[in-house]
Design a protein around this ligand. Structure first.
Ligand code: OOG
Ligand code: NI
Length: 304
């Protein structure tokens, strides 16, 4: 691997997308349908708005650890978000070049949970005694790729997973899924007419059987009207727990985003519009509901 940060970043992102599309059949389902419909001719034409990761907020892990990987590749830390009810912190990171996705990273405020849940979580995260990113060679794409897909702690027991699920569905998700890519996001605003709004894209994917998260309505709209998002209900995966028990739990999902042109650029002709002219960043109210794509309130409904 050449010591070139941008090339290493490309390698790491490709590795994430490869595992993710194997785990989430909706990824290929949507891409294939877009090709069949003539919306794109090749899946590489899909614009990836952002990807997202979840972590446990304990001193040696959390955003402060995870972010070092992508800061190294030239990402810049942007706004902070607080999710009071879900007990989460999050930040988004802007990419070194506009062709790369933004990154949204959240962490559970572990110390805000009950004693019992804290004890369960720490029994796993305590296996990681020092910040693992500090001993990772970030110039080695293979090492970073391996780190993002290897267990940080022992395989959880079903009893611990279920106990966490009752208090924090996010905690249960992370204890099993760890740094697996939580979702990637298809930008719809640059697609051809008929598919370039969230409403139209939602109708398109629902027509071939993709289930959308309807928490707070299928389309989440920022108060300024500039950021519209929807997401699929997480794919269920057969998860092997400690002692060989297999249970079906929530894996990852796919998101769709429409970013409107900012008012100050409304006069620009469409062929001049680039990423910088559109609504950037994220929105707490939208994100709060998108988190629920992996929650049983959505996944159980989709099974019926
Ligand atoms: C992230 C949910 C928030 C967005 O785009 O606002 C989000 C998650 O489920 O971990 O993706
Ligand atoms: Ni997202």
């Amino acid at each position: 691997m050449k010591n070139n940060r941008i090339e290493t970043l490309e390698f790491v992102l490709n590795g994430l997308m490869r595992r993710y599309s194997e785990r989430v059949p909706d990824v290929n389902k949507v891409a294939d349908a877009m090709i069949a419909e003539g919306i794109i001719s090749d899946r590489n034409e899909i614009e990836n708005d952002h990807i997202a990761f979840r972590t446990m907020g304990v001193p040696q892990l959390g955003v402060q650890s995870f972010e070092k990987i992508f800061l190294h590749f030239g990402y810049e830390k942007r706004d902070y978000f607080n999710f009071e009810g879900k007990k989460l912190n999050a930040y988004w990171f802007s990419p070194p070049e506009p062709r790369f996705p933004r990154i949204f990273v959240s962490e559970l405020r572990v110390n805000d949970l009950s004693e019992n849940s804290q004890q369960i979580i720490k029994s796993y995260t305590d296996e990681v005694t020092t910040d693992p990113v500090d001993s990772l060679d970030l110039n080695d794409g293979f090492a970073v790729d391996e780190f993002l897909h290897k267990p940080l702690w022992r395989t959880p027991t079903w009893a611990n997973y279920e106990a966490l699920l009752k208090e924090s569905e996010y905690a249960a998700w992370v204890i099993y899924n760890r740094y697996y890519l939580n979702h990637y996001t298809i930008s719809v605003h640059n697609l051809k007419d008929g598919y370039n709004t969230i409403q139209e894209f939602n109708d398109f994917v629902e027509n071939f059987g993709v289930k959308l998260n309807d928490a707070g309505g299928k389309t989440k709209i920022s108060p300024d009207g500039g950021l519209l998002q929807s997401s699929t209900v997480a794919e269920m995966i057969d998860a092997a727990f400690a002692d060989g028990e297999i249970h079906t739990i929530a894996g990852s999902y796919v998101e769709f985003a429409e970013r409107k042109v900012l008012p100050q650029f409304a006069g620009l002709s469409l062929d001049k519009i680039e990423r910088v002219h559109r609504r950037d960043g994220f929105e707490t109210g939208n994100a709060d509901k998108i988190f629920e794509s992996t929650f049983t309130s959505q996944t159980m409904k989709a099974e019926i």
